[in-house]
Design a protein around this ligand. Structure first.
Ligand SMILES: Nc1ncnc2c1ncn2[C@@H]1O[C@H](COP(=O)(O)OP(=O)(O)OP(=O)(O)O)[C@@H](O)[C@H]1O
Length: 253
């Protein structure tokens, strides 16, 4: 039997900004419903990689194939429509509105686009809103203003808002930056639920080893624009190339 077609296939991807080489010959594949982390220090090219996958940038070389079709160089809104959603580090939520209202706005956007009239006239789908709140572990926070909930809860809220659409690949950009250990574990728990219950693939870039360990997923280690190691958490933390170029003092994490 032939291997299943990967959901995302990145082959020989490279990006230069003038004389600055941001990414060199990046290749990896992600299956539907799987979890992966890219671990790397600041400047290793994580943001550039996400900018290439979501269409914000065009590659200098290489290709990106999503669900069997090339998407490199395609406009970001078309890539988003294919089912790729990206969560940025700073949560894009409305602080003065309630958790419930934020989720309702996300659902209305999917149904009616971004026009103000669509948002104002949309009738909230309370069942779907409550499902999203449950997924994010925010059922008991529906009535709270977003400014009143914790940082980790705001991050989970934004992930739930992204899932209002038909998402198949979720890109998480340093999802646990500034979080406590418990909050970090709650994001890893949510990512695992998305994979298991919704068959959503999640690709997270992080430099926080505790998240990589909590997620328990395959890791690609990046350094200076290249992938220098691949494996699970235990394998990469023992890899001499990783210890030398990245882990250093963090090797006991
Ligand atoms: N628009 C740009 N013009 C010139 N150089 C850039 C540009 N964007 C990124 N770079 C360079 O490419 C390299 C990779 O940057 P990138 O932002 O992708 O790294 P990163 O791993 O996301 O780091 P950080 O976590 O600090 O954002 C760096 O050397 C950076 O200075």
């Amino acid at each position: 039997m032939s291997a299943p077609r990967p959901l995302l296939s990145v082959q020989g991807l490279a990006k230069r900004f003038g004389g600055v080489v941001a990414l060199v010959d990046i290749s990896f594949e992600i299956e539907a419903g799987s979890l992966h982390t890219i671990l790397g220090p600041n400047g290793c090219g994580k943001t550039t990689l996400f900018n290439l996958i979501d269409g914000s940038l065009k590659p200098t070389a290489g290709q990106i194939v999503f669900d069997g079709e090339r998407i490199d160089g395609e406009a970001p809104h078309r890539i988003a429509r294919r089912g790729i959603a990206r969560k940025f580090q700073v949560p894009g939520v409305f602080n003065e509105l309630s958790v419930a209202q934020n989720l309702e706005i996300a659902l209305a956007r999917v149904g009616g686009g971004y026009s103000v009239s669509a948002l104002v006239t949309a009738r909230p789908d309370r069942d779907r809103r409550d499902q999203l709140a449950d997924l994010a572990g925010l059922t008991d926070k529906l009535g709270y203003k977003v400014s009143e909930i914790a940082h980790g809860e705001r991050q989970r809220l934004e992930i739930a808002m992204l899932l209002a659409g038909d998402v198949r690949l979720l890109l998480l950009d340093e999802p646990t930056a500034g979080m406590s250990v418990t909050e970090t574990e709650s994001i890893a728990h949510l990512a695992r639920r998305l994979s298991e219950e919704r068959k959503l693939a999640v690709l997270a870039v992080e430099h926080d080893l505790s998240f990589v360990r909590a997620l328990g997923a395959p890791v690609l280690v990046a350094n200076e624009g290249r992938i220098i190691a691949r494996g699970d958490y235990e394998e990469i933390r023992k890899d001499p190339r990783v210890i030398q170029s990245y882990l250093g003092m963090a090797a006991d994490a």
